[in-house]
Design a binder for this molecule. Structure first.
Ligand code: CLR
Length: 385
């Protein structure tokens, strides 16, 4: 039944929300949604999904050959998809609407060393509010593996589903045992959000993503129920050595369960059932506390309200924050100044992307990229030792 999963008292506002989505274009992040669908977590925390298996991230550095390395990159990438796209369903029963980050919002965290894999640190900054763009860096310094990326979304509505085109990319840099380094460009999948009619939204991935670098181009094709394997969350990844001569490696399976080699290898490629490790949030102030722009501080009472079902508190606090931000922007306009980003610098073209995208099916990038200033807060720097 329509609205089955929606609390009775919110069915009216759910159907108005759906109608509003159907006629919007571009950005639904700022639209008001009924309380039952709100998540207490801001999008600035989502980059942590890239590293919930820190050992797989670290293992990229241990690869001995470029083929092993390309496979390790692919394995780590596939291992992140379950977290990125099914976590809210598993922990909250359905996909939720994240908090829409403020300009300059920050999130810092780390994964501790374990079994010699090294510490991994995470830093996120909201680099734009209109449209929302989040930039992040994840680094395992002792291993020499680093991911820098940014992402934004363009949403549209089609036959009852929300289609989310992800804009942005990430660059993975790996130090080689020989002393040099290798860079990989990663693009992001398209999302389709179904189940809206029932009030129980969930994500399926579609189209393809690319991983190019280290002498290989990887294409990951995503399919849902009723396509090549008939199962939801299916993918097929093809790794092609560049320069001709070599043979493709093909891996097939589901990204939330397991996958196996179907060409150029044997047996299991990846099984995502190993435990994930949630990031530990850390304050970026020298005292170790969270500053006013750090996401869990900024949204503290909104999150409390959502978690405890006190939606008056949540909405009152959300309005307060939004008004403060609006005032800040007005003051900047009046004084002819601009908000200064703390950790990233915008750049109109990403030379690494342009270079690695050449001679592949990856489209040239059309948006700004964000360069990390390499200024980790002290509290995180200390975690890297
Ligand atoms: C953000 C970048 C992460 C992967 C990711 C996962 C879930 C996506 C999110 C991104 C962007 C915002 C998103 C969310 C799912 C739902 C939410 C598209 C791409 C939208 C804004 C909310 C829709 C509201 C319905 C739940 C009703 O690496």
């Amino acid at each position: 039944q329509p609205g089955d999963a929606v609390p009775v008292a919110q069915r009216g506002s759910w159907s108005s929300f759906l109608k509003a989505i159907a006629s919007m274009s571009g950005d639904l992040s700022s639209m008001t949604a009924p309380p039952f669908i709100l998540s207490p977590v801001s999008l600035t925390e989502y980059p942590a999904y890239w590293c919930e298996r820190p050992e797989l991230f670290a293992q990229i550095a241990d690869a001995k050959t470029s083929e092993e390395r390309a496979l390790a990159v692919l394995r780590w990438f596939i291992s992140t998809l379950k977290g990125q796209y099914t976590t809210r369903n598993e922990s909250a029963g359905s996909e939720k609407k994240p908090l829409n980050p403020a300009l300059g919002e920050l999130f810092y965290g780390y994964w501790p060393d374990k079994d010699g894999r090294g510490q991994t640190t995470l830093l996120t900054e909201q680099v734009s509010h209109h449209p929302p763009i989040t930039a992040y860096v994840i680094e395992n310094e002792s291993k020499g593996v680093k991911l820098v990326g940014h992402n934004a979304q363009k949403t549209s509505f089609s036959t009852g589903s929300i289609i989310v085109k992800q804009i942005g990319h990430a660059v993975l840099t790996v130090k080689l045992p020989s002393g040099g380094e290798e860079k990989y460009v990663l693009t992001l999948p398209r999302l389709r959000i179904d189940g809206l009619w029932y009030g129980a939204p969930y994500i399926e991935l579609s189209e393809s993503t690319y991983i190019a670098g280290g002498g290989y181009v990887g294409v990951i094709d995503y399919k849902g129920k009723g396509y090549f394997s008939g199962k939801s969350h299916s993918f097929k990844a093809t790794l092609t050595p560049q320069g001709g001569g070599g043979k493709d490696i093909v891996v097939e399976g589901t990204w939330h369960q397991n996958s196996k080699f179907t060409s150029g290898g044997h047996g299991i490629f990846h099984d995502v059932s190993t435990p994930k490790e949630i990031v530990t949030a850390i304050g970026g102030e020298p005292s170790g506390e969270m500053g006013p722009m750090e996401t869990r501080k900024l949204w503290e009472l909104v999150a409390k309200g959502i978690r405890e079902g006190d939606f008056d508190l949540a909405s009152k606090e959300k309005t307060r924050i939004e008004n403060e931000m609006r005032q800040r922007r007005k003051d900047e306009t009046a004084s002819g100044t601009q908000w200064e980003l703390k950790h990233f610098k915008p750049l109109d073209v990403d030379p690494v992307y342009e270079k690695l995208a050449q001679n592949t099916k990856i489209a040239p990038s059309s948006e700004d990229t964000y360069v990390f200033r390499n200024n980790w807060p002290e509290t995180l720097q200390a975690k890297k030792k």
